[in-house]
Every structure is written in C-alpha cells, then in structure tokens.
Design a protein around this ligand. Structure first.
Ligand code: ADP
Length: 257
C-alpha cells in the first residue's frame, strides 16, 4: 500500500513537472512569435522614412542647380522631419528591445510628476507651436511618486507627442495628475480627432498594431503605445484610453503608491 501511495505521488510529481515544461515551452514559443512579428514590423517601418530620405538626397544631388532657395529650404525642412521621425522610432525600438531583454532595471526612485509633465511640455513646445496648440499643465504643486524615472518620462513624451500629432491647428491639450487612495493617475487629454471604438481596442497590442497619419500628415509606426503599455506595467500600473471621434482623446495611466 505504501509503495502504491509513493508511486502515485511520484506520478503526480512527474505530471506537474511535465506541465511546467509544457508551459515554459509555450512561453518560449510565444516569445519567439512576438520577436518574429516585431522584426517584420521594424523592417517594414524603417523602410518608409528611409525611402523618403533617399528621394530627398537624390533630388538635392541631381537637381541642385535647378532648385530655387525656397525649394531647397522646403526639402531641408522635410529632410529634418523625416530624420526626427526616424530618431523617435529608433529611440522607441531601442527602449522596447532593452526592456524585452531585461536590460532595463525598472528601479523605483522618487519622482515629481508635475515637474515631469512640465519638462515634457517644454521639450515638445516647438512641435505644438507649429500647430498653434496650447498645452496646459493643471497641477501647480509638486506631486511626488515612486517609479522608474526614464520609463515614465518616455510614456509621457509618447502620449503628449501623440496628442499634438492627432490634434488640429489651434487645439488644446491638458495634462494633470490626480491622487487617489492607492495610486496616482496621470491624464493627457486633447480635443483632437479622436478614434473609433474598434481602433481604441487595438492600439496597445503588437498583434493588432494600428497606425494612422497625424493631422499635419505626420507619419507613425504604431509602436509608441505598445512601448507605453510595457513601461507602465513594468512600473506596476495600467494604461487606458477614452476617446470620441471628432471630439478628442484622454489617455490615462496609473502609478501605484
Ligand atoms: P504612431 O503614433 O506612431 O502611429 P502609436 O502607438 O503612438 O503609434 O499610436 C497608434 C495609433 O493610435 C495612432 O496611429 C492613432 O491612430 C491612434 N492614436 C494615438 N494617440 C492618439 C490621440 N491622442 N488621438 C487620436 N488617435 C490617437
């Protein structure tokens, strides 16, 4: 009887071990699939800005003498825009890949969320000025939270840059932090183009990656919000969106206390 019991126990143990291996294999397969999808997306997304850079440089090289100063200035402006897009994309890719390979230690430090919102406002003010968009930070006093500074500032920068991108000339953006019992909630609201419900449900996932052009035809890759979700979750928080087509969008994310 004792032998029978111990055999049943070791069979059960073996079953649990097998199930564990199965789950680990499934996790590895999922990770591999994500990696494949990610690489195909990157190669596709890099092609766009690189193609326009090549045609700009071709134009400059072969037609300099026939181009007016105004035309050269316009080309230089477009070149600058494409390069900035490329840098923003590379920055997001680099951070995402670092976080996937565990190369970012999401160590929490004391941060001032009001200060962070103001810093990002300053950083993107020129972009907003170009579209006559006003950015307002609601909080006047500092709001101290504990989170990983670089990843949270990357999330704010991506959300604010999107708010500018998807708001028409003359629009308004409001940012603020609300303190709740167990968490801080950072909100970035715009009165821009908004998005339909079916789009809002896709934007945080790699397998349904979605991207549309901004109101001034700014191009995107659909990776910014995937990175935002990753970073917010690494800080123990959540990210969500409320949007109405033609009215505007509010992105919110939480940081636990
Ligand atoms: P990208 O902006 O490079 O396309 P994101 O992941 O940042 O990538 O955003 C994905 C998509 O979500 C955008 O292309 C757009 O369709 C939608 N979106 C994001 N932010 C906003 C916003 N503030 N207002 C309206 N649509 C938005």
């Amino acid at each position: 009887f004792i032998l029978f019991i111990s055999q049943r126990r070791s069979n059960a143990k073996l079953k649990t071990a097998n199930e564990k291996v199965k789950t680990q294999n499934q996790e590895l397969e999922d990770l591999n699939n994500t990696k494949d999808k990610f690489f195909s997306i990157i190669s596709h997304d890099l092609k766009g800005p690189l193609n326009s850079l090549t045609s700009f440089s071709g134009l400059l090289m072969n037609h300099t003498s026939s181009l007016s100063t105004e035309e050269i200035q316009m080309l230089a402006k477009d070149l600058d825009k494409s390069l900035k897009n490329l840098f923003a994309l590379l920055e997001n890719l680099l951070q995402w890949s670092r976080s996937q390979t565990g190369n970012i230690e999401f160590k929490a430090e004391e941060i001032d969320l009001t200060e962070m919102l103001n810093e990002n406002k300053k950083l993107l003010e020129k972009q907003a000025d170009n579209k006559n968009i006003q950015i307002e930070v609601k909080n006047t006093k500092s709001v101290k939270a504990k989170a990983h500074p670089n990843s949270i500032t990357t999330v704010i920068r991506n959300l604010l840059s999107n708010a500018i991108k998807f708001t028409e000339d003359g629009g308004q953006i409001k940012m603020g932090v609300v303190e709740e019992e167990n968490q801080f909630v950072v909100k970035i609201a715009d009165n821009g183009v908004g998005m339909p419900k079916e789009v809002a449900s896709k934007i945080f996932r790699l397998d349904t990656k979605h991207s549309t052009q901004g109101t001034a035809k700014e191009k995107g890759t659909g990776l910014g919000l995937i990175l935002c979700k990753e970073f917010v979750e690494k800080n123990g928080g959540q990210i969500w969106v409320k949007s109405e087509e033609g009215k505007g969008t509010i992105f919110s994310f939480s940081i636990p206390k």
